[in-house]
Ligand binder design. Structure first.
Ligand code: ADP
Ligand code: G6P
Length: 463
């Protein structure tokens, strides 16, 4: 019999992705996105198993160890990837939960596969969990797992955390499977959200669509009590502070600035290439500063790093084309020979290179149209003990509830964003330091370890 675990994380993705290089050799690389960034350090400090998908279709893999973690792969066929991952998860739920920025696709065939794949994850978790173990299910791809897992293993203590926003009634109501999703989540003992609003939306929806009678944060169902609450996620602040202090990283940051031509201001965006991130709006605001002749080549350079993401989903393909056109057009109009105003990199970087970019940036531009939290904002703050950077942050990012001393913007308001960007670029060193000091206090005190501890303590409390 295989070894059982007292603590199990279940997420759509494993923390590493299986990629095949030019010679056909398979290697492992850190998976993209905030979920993996946040959960890896938590798991490295607590012994446990991580159940998830390898990121490639049709892979039959045995459990293995990587990054000091014990990983249990779940197989997805090419059809599962298309219907469950690209389909229901990323063409239905993702846009629905992010304010319908893109039109969600509602198709029964996608739902059926979502259900089937959720059952597979539930079985995999049930197989690996020890008697009475804690199982922590992550994110929107696996919202049916808590209920399915409880049916298989009523002895377990089940937590669920949603990394993305949870929509209000008017939007969630569209979902043909709204009752199934709510019931799926209520299989957990504790359902965690990024924000207070998201937790209230959930409780309100349970009352409206399941005829339950929640009392405050608690929902009584089938003789159990489910608690719904908010637990804003964070970063591994110490890891980032150590990286930022590394002489190699600091040297690289200086080199980056030099390579950019030592402009007065370096602005930086770091995102998955996703339509929720507001990349087009921020580049438009920046370009308008040149159009208005408030900036000229040499004054400021924008570095936009965009990790490839969900490239087979149509909306993502369209977005990539549009951004590349936009960057080309802006540089065509305002760059000088050898000095683009926007440096666009469609790639992902190591943590060291990211830290060097954060150190090199005078203004970090984080302007999502909607985001559960946004860890990039917190990473930047953690990396700036010198207090010299400025953070331009969207009101629509979960992080804005904690980082109120950022330069806050409404990213839909291009004129307002442009002015705030200008203000952030020209803020005095004293003002930058004042804002950064207050934001750093928050990020350092509320790091990812505290987040995990608060969630897991609340989960244990109800035992
Ligand atoms: P999301 O989870 O939607 O991708 P977050 O901002 O919460 O958004 O998390 C993104 C994570 O991915 C951060 O830890 C960030 O450092 C990392 N990341 C984003 N872009 C890149 C990139 N180009 N290279 C490496 N890591 C990246
Ligand atoms: C966000 C989601 C995660 C997801 C990540 C990367 O952070 O909340 O669940 O893993 O994006 O997206 P991907 O589709 O590549 O897993």
């Amino acid at each position: 019999m295989s070894k059982k675990s007292e603590f199990v994380v279940v997420a759509n993705r494993l923390p590493v992705d299986r990629v095949t290089d030019g010679e056909g050799e398979a290697t492992w690389r850190r998976s993209p996105g905030g979920l993996v960034t946040a959960i890896v350090p938590v798991m490295q400090r607590r012994q446990g198993a991580w159940v998830g998908w390898s990121g490639a279709p049709d892979q039959d893999l045995e459990p293995f160890e990587a990054e000091g973690l014990s990983l249990i792969p779940v197989r997805l066929s090419a059809r599962d990837v298309e219907y469950y991952y690209e389909g229901f998860s990323n063409a239905t739920l993702w846009p629905l939960y992010h304010d319908v920025i893109a039109q969600p696709v509602y198709r029964r065939s996608l739902w059926e596969v979502y259900e089937r794949v959720n059952r597979r994850f539930a079985r995999a978790a049930a197989d690996v969990a020890a008697e009475g173990a804690i199982v922590w299910v992550q994110d929107y791809q696996l919202q049916l797992v808590p209920k399915m897992l409880r049916e298989l293993r009523p002895d377990l203590r089940i937590g669920f955390f949603l990394h993305i926003p949870f929509p209000p009634m008017e939007l969630f109501q569209q979902l043909p499977w709204r009752r199934d999703i709510l019931q799926g989540l209520l299989g957990a003992d504790l359902v965690g959200f990024q924000s207070r609003d998201a937790a209230s939306n959930f409780v309100r929806l349970c009352r409206r669509f399941l005829d339950l009678k929640p009392q405050g944060h608690e929902v009584a169902i089938e003789g159990r009590t489910v608690r719904a609450d908010h637990f804003p996620i964070s970063v591994d602040a110490n890891e980032l502070i150590t990286l930022a202090a590394d002489p190699g990283v600091q040297k690289r940051a200086a080199q980056i600035r030099e390579d950019l031509g030592n402009p007065a201001s370096v602005l930086l965006g770091v995102d998955r290439l996703d339509y929720t991130k507001g990349i087009q709006q921020r580049l438009e605001a920046f370009t308008e500063l040149f159009e208005d002749e408030r900036l000229k080549s040499g004054d400021a350079v924008f570095v936009q790093v965009a990790t490839p993401s969900r490239e087979r989903v149509e909306e993502y393909r369209i977005l990539r084309d549009e951004i590349e056109l936009q960057v080309g057009r802006a540089n065509g109009l305002y760059a000088e020979l050898g000095a683009p105003i926007i440096n666009y990199m469609h790639t992902s970087y190591t943590r060291e290179e990211l830290a060097a970019l954060y150190l090199a940036a005078d203004v970090m531009v984080v302007t999502p149209l909607r985001d559960g939290m946004n860890l990039v904002a917190k990473e930047y703050v953690a990396c700036r003990p010198d207090l010299r950077g400025a953070l331009l942050l969207s009101e629509f990012a979960g992080a804005a509830a904690e980082l109120h001393r950022a330069f806050l913007v409404n990213p839909y308001d291009i004129g307002g964003t442009k002015n705030r960007m200008w203000e952030a670029m020209h803020a005095s060193p004293t003002e930058r330091a004042r804002r950064m000091r207050s934001m750093r206090k928050r990020v350092i005190e509320h790091d990812v370890d505290l987040w995990a501890k608060e969630f897991l303590d609340a989960l244990e409390d109800g035992r």
